[in-house]
Design a protein around this ligand. Sequence first.
Ligand SMILES: CC(C)(COP(=O)(O)OP(=O)(O)OC[C@H]1O[C@@H](n2cnc3c(N)ncnc32)[C@H](O)[C@@H]1OP(=O)(O)O)[C@@H](O)C(=O)NCCC(=O)NCCS
Length: 172
Amino acid sequence: MNIRKANERDIDSITEVVSLAFDAEQYLLGEKVIEATLVRELIHDNDVIVSLVAEDPQIIGHIFVSPVSLTPVMRLSCGQVAPLSVHPDQQTRGVGSSLMWAAIDESKANGLDALFLLGDPNYYRRFGFVPSNVDNVYRTTGQFQQLELNAGCIESVTTYAHLAPAFSRLGL
Ligand SMILES: CC(C)(COP(=O)(O)OP(=O)(O)OC[C@H]1O[C@@H](n2cnc3c(N)ncnc32)[C@H](O)[C@@H]1OP(=O)(O)O)[C@@H](O)C(=O)NCCC(=O)NCCS
């Protein structure tokens, strides 16, 4: 399996793998899986920090990081990891973990201070994610987590995390 940066030619394969990965959730917008529409809209809005694919040899997984803004404004660069998708036939063989570690490395290379995500803490704690102390739209879910890439940078801040506009446009 190889992990590389996504390019414009990958969009249909990415849409397919995201749609298949999230198909079980039955969260549709029209007839489309909403997370696949999210990826397309984030790209359209140019809200891309990291977009990586896993291929073997076809695209079997994808991970996306988009910008997060904080209010009050702070001198911090933050990203939201979403979505993370692995083809259903390829799950539980380490593809998701490899994508996540690569996205963390790429986020550091891009100078990000912290990453956020919404998901099952049982999966994401293995990468160092912990429940977030930053206020956000998902506060009540208890599943909003953070990973400091710059140690201590959001430890004691009082701020609100705004995801890229595509999330709220899609009701996510
Ligand atoms: C979640 C997902 C990305 C994990 O990818 P993967 O390639 O199957 O994961 P890995 O092989 O790296 O890791 C497998 C481990 O994760 C665990 N795991 C997978 N999904 C999990 C979940 N939702 N909650 C808790 N643990 C989970 C497996 O039980 C396995 O545990 P083990 O290492 O103790 O055996 C993949 O299952 C997927 O695409 N799911 C549908 C879409 C989704 O829910 N994405 C995440 C939300 S944005």
